[in-house]
Design a protein around this ligand. Structure first.
Ligand SMILES: [Mn+2]
Length: 356
């Protein structure tokens, strides 16, 4: 067990008026126990009680080491694992993870116990938002991998290569540099770069293309995520102007990060730069997202975010301008909030580059 993390979740549950909570997100269970499995459709749930006890309900197909402070109750296929969990519950309010499937929760309620389920995810989400030093070190190491991969990926841009081929190049580079696996990446050429969530396909690299490389992977389970935009062989005056606006917005966002600052103000700091340059309507998404064991996790860094920056929080700063049907520019870095400001986790340069 990760005892200090568990203690924080117990405190959070108590502040929510909860003496018990079910955590089922495998990433949250890993965060608290150091144990990772992919349970598929089978019951996998960690019951945390106000006294600090932790009991994992797990299928016998996934044997796990029973560590100090963690009890594991196994069921086999065909056994009533949910009944074992029900027996361990106290009557009264029960915090339930937002991702616990209805196929478990509804039959549990149908057992007639005097349980009142409430959304309890915040107890663990809030703890996960502020990374501890061990996690910050892992986030830093993951982004170092991404910096190295970005340099080699940009060097691999060549006449006629397709977006899909570049996806493979980046995935291979991630694995070579120590990522946990090769994933589909967001590589966008030309008109594809005008779509923030473009699906990489057969488009081939052409002179004058805006090239967005949004690359990401877990490294020892913690995610990196960075975006750079380069131009292939030539760049227009308009592309240059938009690039510098997005870069200034990225830098304004980074500069706004400090403990105590509402994340909506960080979004606003970057957005103001883009609006001031007359491109506000083309910045069509939030400034950033939290990141850690999940590639997207709390806190949200948007105009409606209620989060306030505190030390250990990790999130992205990724302003973009997308001119519909033409091209786009996005520049993304990850940050960690420090005691007195910000540490930017990515170091790959942001000066405008014409490559090839
Ligand atoms: Mn991102």
């Amino acid at each position: 067990m990760k005892k200090s993390r568990l203690a924080q979740v117990v405190v959070n549950l108590k502040e929510m008026g909860l003496g018990q909570g079910i955590i089922s997100d495998p990433f949250s269970i890993y965060y608290l126990t150091g144990l990772a499995i992919d349970p598929g459709e089978r019951l996998f749930a960690l019951l945390i009680k106000g006294d600090g006890s932790a009991t994992l309900f797990n299928n016998r197909l996934f044997p796990l080491p029973e560590g100090e402070g963690l009890k594991i109750i196994y069921h086999s296929d065909g056994e009533d694992g949910l009944g074992m969990l029900a027996e361990a519950l106290a009557d009264g309010p029960l915090g339930v993870d937002k991702v616990w499937p209805a196929r478990f929760l509804l039959p549990l309620l149908a057992r007639g116990r005097a349980i009142q389920p409430v959304l309890g995810s915040a107890a663990v989400d809030d703890a996960r938002m502020a990374k501890d030093p061990e996690e910050v070190a892992l986030m830093r190491a993951a982004s170092r991998v991404n910096d190295a991969v970005m340099a080699q990926a940009i060097a691999a841009l060549a006449a006629g290569i397709s977006e899909s081929e570049m996806v493979g190049v980046v995935g291979d580079l991630h694995v070579k540099h120590g990522a946990d696996g090769a994933l589909p990446q967001l590589i966008c050429f030309g008109a594809g770069s005008s779509e923030p969530h473009h699906e990489s396909g057969p488009a081939t690299l052409q002179e004058g293309d805006s090239v967005i490389l949004d690359i990401f992977a877990p490294v020892r389970r913690y995610w990196c995520d960075m975006t750079r935009t380069v131009f292939y062989r030539s760049v227009s005056a308009e592309q240059r102007e938009v690039y510098e606006v997005v870069k200034a917005a990225n830098l304004a966002g980074l500069a706004a990060v400090a403990p105590g600052v509402p994340l909506m103000e960080i979004d606003a700091a970057a957005r103001r730069v883009i609006e001031g340059a007359g491109y506000g309507q083309y910045f069509t998404h939030r400034l950033g997202h939290g990141i850690g064991l999940d590639v997207h996790e709390p806190p949200d860094c948007s105009a409606t975010s209620t989060a306030i920056a505190r030390p250990g929080m990790c999130f992205s700063i990724e302003p973009g301008i997308y001119l519909p049907g033409r091209w786009g520019v996005r520049i993304e870095d990850l940050v960690v909030v420090t005691e007195d400001g910000v540490e930017v986790l990515n170091h790959y340069p942001k000066e405008l580059q014409v490559v090839g």
